[in-house]
Design a protein around this ligand. Structure first.
Ligand code: SAH
Length: 230
């Protein structure tokens, strides 16, 4: 980041991706500007670096994927991030989503349960000088020490909306989460309007890898919810 455009071989591809996202309906200029700055080639698995700017999800190893750029842009738009907002992400993965939020000026907290991905993302945040706070553990329970959050984004598929995440939202905070079965989910946005009330909206069908944890799917049988609270 920060290097002059003319010596960045990926700048044109990055610009073309942003143009493509505009055509697909992404309108949030803050999101588009951040995507134009963030080097996605550093976040993909090295074996897929030549495909870093295609609008597709790519394997990260360990059965996980970096989300499709359109999905990242769409979910980030739904979060309605303002600079200075405190945002929690569940499912660090490659670190791309968390890094994007940091570039947008959010104070980012992110939780990952897969050790190698957690380590790799931490190194990348350090290398890029991005102030992202990381935690290794079960993010289906949130990260209560830093709550409340202006935004919470879950980038793995949940069987239901985890109660701890609802509780860790600030008043007027937004929770964006894919909810449903292991094969497909509905993208949901919950907005906390008061201590007890939430607005609920749905944004169509998506497909994510499973959220595994106390408020997610069980590790051994990924199709069975481990908890039925909501
Ligand atoms: N946001 C990521 C993509 C995430 S893929 C990116 O930008 O690349 C989903 C990630 O969620 C995987 O890395 C998976 O290990 C992680 N995950 C699944 N269940 C989790 C849980 N309970 N807590 C934290 N991370 C979890």
């Amino acid at each position: 980041m920060g290097s002059p455009r003319q010596i960045d071989p990926y700048a044109e591809l990055r610009h073309a991706l942003v143009t493509h996202l505009r055509h697909r309906g992404i309108r949030d200029e803050q999101v588009l500007a951040a995507m134009e700055r963030l080097p996605r080639e550093l976040f993909v698995h090295p074996a897929f670096i030549h495909r870093a700017y295609e609008d597709v999800a790519l394997p990260l190893g360990y059965n996980q994927t970096i989300s499709q750029p359109y999905t990242v842009a769409f979910m980030t738009s739904l979060l309605e991030v303002q600079p200075g907002d405190k945002v929690l992400e569940i499912g660090t993965g490659s670190g791309y989503q968390a890094a994007l939020l940091a570039v947008m000026g959010a104070r980012v907290y992110t939780v990952e349960r897969q050790w190698e991905l957690y380590q790799r993302a931490r190194q990348l945040f350090a290398r890029l000088g991005l102030p992202v706070q990381t935690r290794f553990g079960d993010g289906s329970l949130g990260w209560s020490e830093h709550a409340p959050y202006d935004g919470i984004i879950v980038t793995a598929a949940a069987p239901h909306i985890p109660k701890p995440l609802k509780e860790q939202l600030a008043i007027s905070g937004r929770l964006v989460i894919p909810v449903g079965g292991p094969q497909s989910q509905i993208l949901v946005r919950l907005r906390r309007v008061s201590e007890q009330e939430y607005d609920y909206e749905e944004f169509g069908e998506f497909r994510f890898v499973p959220l595994i944890g106390k408020e997610g799917w069980s590790e051994t049988l990924e199709t069975r919810p481990t908890s039925s609270s909501s």
